[in-house]
Ligand binder design. Sequence first.
Ligand SMILES: Nc1ncnc2c1ncn2[C@@H]1O[C@H](COP(=O)(O)OP(=O)(O)OP(=O)(O)O)[C@@H](O)[C@H]1O
Length: 303
Amino acid sequence: MEGESLIVKGLNRKRLCLVYNPYAGRRKFNYQFDTVIRIFQDSGYEVLIHRTGSPQDLEAVAAECSEVDTLVIAGGDGSIHRAVNGLMKLPPGKRPRLGILPVGTANDLAYSLNLPKKIPEACQVIAKGRILEMDVGVINDRYFVNVASAGLLTDVSPTVDIRVKNALGQLAYYLRGLETLPSFRPFRIEFTHRGQHYEEEVLLMLALNGMSVGGLRKLVPGASLTDGFLDLVIIRQSGWPETLRLFLGLLTGERMASERLILFQTAEVRLATDRPVYSDLDGEWGPKSPWVIRSGPKIDVLH
Ligand SMILES: Nc1ncnc2c1ncn2[C@@H]1O[C@H](COP(=O)(O)OP(=O)(O)OP(=O)(O)O)[C@@H](O)[C@H]1O
């Protein structure tokens, strides 16, 4: 019968689960749906669709994707972060390949992966199926894809009102950043790297897998997503003129020699602080200090 053969044909196809965050970026993905489904179906996929109800829901759905070939996340860094934390709950052999449709605000990971910004082109990248074995960062019991950070400006992303972000895009991050400056308190951090012990009063700690944070594209130019290392950037406390100079240098990609800047690559580092400090992972809240931060398992990402 025609109907039966259609069903059997459907079951034999590769399965792709498309999970989308309806609130990511400026909510434009919601208008591109038909194009996206067409491209995936034309590429031979049976497409399952899930609209996320919350960040927790996104993580839970990813953790149930053991029976699909490809999990496609339409969202920003926060959505990919949730998806990867869900995927890591599956045994390594059961994790689907991860495809990304970068419809978020900053899309830092997509930038490091050099993914096209246009959604139909990003769909074609997924359909072609080229795999990158990407490093995933680990901080205590959570995973991060792009950056783990703490200190100045790092509580910006999780606290930006989603409606303001939908309306203003990236500008919402910078405005919220300015708002947080007056109440910021430096913290003391302690760690050992290559036999040298550090005890520092710091403004900011970044552990980067990718090269861009909050849409600032040149933070760690040339950072590798596959080398098994994270780039640590630590800014010691100093007067505001020197701090401003350092930040401008980081933003423009200029590598200045400064006593105030500690930069190194590491596969694992243990960091203790003088008081519990929250971390920010890919724009979502992460665990409080102390932290063990390392470059962890690999995940198959389509690029
Ligand atoms: N239904 C939902 N599903 C998933 N996330 C949601 C949902 N509703 C609101 N959110 C919020 O969306 C944010 C994640 O958005 P995401 O990071 O994917 O996009 P973005 O913030 O616009 O982009 P970027 O992180 O790249 O700047 C989370 O902070 C989460 O709180």
